[in-house]
Ligand binder design. Structure first.
Ligand SMILES: [Zn+2]
Length: 175
C-alpha cells in the first residue's frame, strides 16, 4: 500500500501542474495590477494637484520593457501604462504611480512633444510626486535622488547642454 501511495503522490502533483492554466494566472495578475492602479491613481491625482477628469489608465505588462532596461513606460495619448513583467511589491505600486503621473501630465496638456527640456521637467515632477508617495507608503528606501534623475533621464545641464537638454531625442515615450 505504501509503495503505491508513493507512486500516486507525484502523479497528483504533475496533474495539478498540468491543470493550472497559464492564461488564468495571467488574468489574476492583470486584475491585481488594475486593483493597485485604482488606488495609486487617487494618490497620483491628489499629490500632483493636476485635474483628473479621466478614469485610471489600464496597466499592461510586456517583457520588452525589461529587455530595454526600463521598468515602466507611457506613450502620449494612450489609455494604457506599461510595466515590465517581474515588477512587484512596493516597486510595482511606485512604477504604476510614476507612469500614471505621465498620463495625468499629458491629459492636462503639459506636453505631447517630448523634447529634452520638457521631458526633464516632466520627469522631475514625476520624481518629486513619486518620492512623496514612497514616503506616504512608508518606503523611504525607494526615494530617488536628483542624481538619479540627472543620469537616468540625461537631465544634467552641465553635460547635456547643446546635446540633450535642448535636443529632441527620446521623444517617443516616457519611462
Ligand atoms: Zn518617467
Amino acid at each position: 500500500m505504501i509503495p503505491r501511495l508513493r507512486f500516486i503522490l507525484p502523479l497528483i502533483a504533475v496533474a495539478a501542474f498540468a491543470f493550472s492554466d497559464p492564461a488564468r494566472v495571467e488574468t489574476d495578475s492583470y486584475r491585481s495590477d488594475q486593483r493597485i492602479a485604482r488606488i495609486t491613481w487617487k494618490a497620483a491625482c491628489r499629490i500632483s494637484k493636476y485635474d483628473c477628469p479621466y478614469k485610471s489608465p489600464k496597466v499592461r505588462r510586456s517583457a520588452i520593457l525589461g529587455e530595454q532596461g526600463i521598468r515602466g513606460a507611457y506613450w502620449a495619448g494612450s489609455p494604457v501604462v506599461w510595466l515590465d513583467k517581474p515588477v512587484h511589491g512596493t516597486q510595482l505600486w511606485l512604477t504604476i504611480f510614476h507612469e500614471q503621473v505621465h498620463y495625468i501630465q499629458t491629459a492636462n496638456g503639459v506636453g505631447d512633444d517630448w523634447g529634452r527640456l520638457l521631458s526633464c521637467m516632466m520627469e522631475r515632477e514625476a520624481l518629486d510626486f513619486t518620492n512623496a508617495y514612497a514616503l506616504e507608503l512608508k518606503a523611504p528606501g525607494y526615494v530617488r535622488t536628483l542624481k538619479v534623475w540627472r543620469s537616468l533621464y540625461n537631465c544634467d545641464p552641465a553635460t547635456s547642454l547643446g546635446t540633450g537638454m535642448d535636443g529632441n531625442e527620446d521623444t517617443y515615450f516616457h519611462r
